[in-house]
Design a protein around this ligand. Structure first.
Ligand code: UT7
Length: 331
């Protein structure tokens, strides 16, 4: 009997309508379009403005997009994973609400968080459920409402992040397409450099903390940048080497969209031509768990069955890694 592999068989996405441009940010903090564009590659990001709508709103829309495109019955979905660093609320899982709202009433569901690597780790998890043979499909959604944890007075973070969601369906494949290999790592020594300190169990939110804006995410950009460049490219190169892939065998690099300079450095280390590098950071900024599925959604029409795609991500924690996946369909 041939091994069951786990392939992506459908994609969907959603970004909110409101566009926060570099020009608007110039009126909010001491920054300018030229600095943001040259240092990050970002021109605009989407923000979910509506009161009372959280990450699940984005996740539901992305899942519904996938369900409509693929024309599947949501009752047939067996597992819903929401990869997110910004769950709707404490205790009640975002995935449970999302699954119910999209009509996946026969599914079990859970959230998973590995900061900006959440979706990458989610791919590993979803694939493992399929490869085990126990489940026929897994809906993996990467969704983040980053604007809910960003201080729009802090120019070190507010220029980078945006809101969005993307969804993929994993199903069994008997042609050995889908996830081939992964190299995932973490190092908790990095957590001091990128975190939202208050509002969790170590430091519950207090009136004073809120007055000082400590409920927001903070990062020491330069340190995160350096670690992202070295670890993401090391992981991607490792995956190439141990699968005997040359740069010519790689059709696409799908790298976490945090900073165009980090993506370019990773592509350089892999020796890839720029036309093989998926990029949409200029439109959405860093949407944390949503960057990888938003890329796949934007590039879906260009992907061909059998294409070798290298995924790579790095994020708070620190968490990082790379996944090698063979694309499974022509759209
Ligand atoms: O998703 C995973 C997690 N996040 C990341 O991977 C992000 C990683 N870090 C980065 O992308 C970059 O470090 C940033 C985009 C956050 C910052 O870029 P940088 O090139 O590392 O800038 P820097 O922090 O080293 O600052 C350089 C200068 C400083 O001025 P001085 O000290 O040289 O006079 C900053 O004060 O740029 C200044 N600066 C800004 N100027 C205009 C910092 N932020 C801004 C800004 N606008 N928004």
């Amino acid at each position: 009997m041939s091994k069951i592999s786990a392939a992506i068989t459908a994609v969907g996405a959603y970004v909110p309508d409101y566009v926060l441009t570099n020009q608007i940010l110039e009126t909010m903090v001491d920054t300018n379009d030229e600095w943001i564009t040259s240092r990050t590659g970002i021109k605009e990001r989407r923000i979910l403005k509506d009161e009372g709508k959280g990450t699940s709103y984005l996740a539901i829309k992305a899942a519904q997009d996938l369900i409509n495109k693929k024309n599947i019955d949501p009752k047939a979905i067996e597992l819903v994973i929401v990869a997110t660093a910004t769950p709707d609320m404490k205790a009640a899982s975002t995935a449970s609400f999302t699954a119910t709202e999209i009509g996946a009433v026969n599914a079990f569901s859970f959230d998973m968080d590995a900061a900006c690597s959440s979706f990458l780790y989610g791919m590993s998890t979803a694939a493992a459920y399929i490869e085990s043979g126990r489940y026929k499909n897994v809906l993996l959604i990467g969704a983040d409402k980053m604007s809910s944890i960003i201080n729009y007075k802090d120019r070190a973070t507010c220029i980078i992040f945006g809101d969005g969601a993307g969804a993929v369906l994993f199903e069994p494949n008997n042609e050995n397409l889908g996830l081939q290999d992964e190299y995932l790592r973490g190092d908790g020594n990095g957590r001091q450099f990128l975190q939202g300190t208050y509002g969790g169990s170590s430091y519950p939110i207090t009136e004073d903390a809120v007055k000082e804006g400590k409920q927001y995410a903070f990062q020491e950009g330069r340190t995160v940048f350096k670690n992202a460049v070295s670890n993401m490219s090391d992981a991607a190169v490792k995956v190439l080497e141990r699968n005997n892939l040359t740069k010519d065998d790689v059709a696409w690099l799908a790298a976490h969209q945090a900073n165009k300079r980090i993506i370019d450095a990773t592509a350089d280390r892999m020796g890839l031509d720029p036309e093989k590098v998926m990029i949409n950071i200029e439109k959405y900024g860093n949407t944390t768990s949503a960057t990888l599925p938003l890329l796949i959604n934007d590039y879906e029409s260009k992907l061909k069955k059998g294409d070798n795609i290298i995924f790579a991500a790095f994020g708070g924690g620190f968490n990082w890694g790379s996944i090698y996946l063979k694309w499974a369909y022509n759209s």
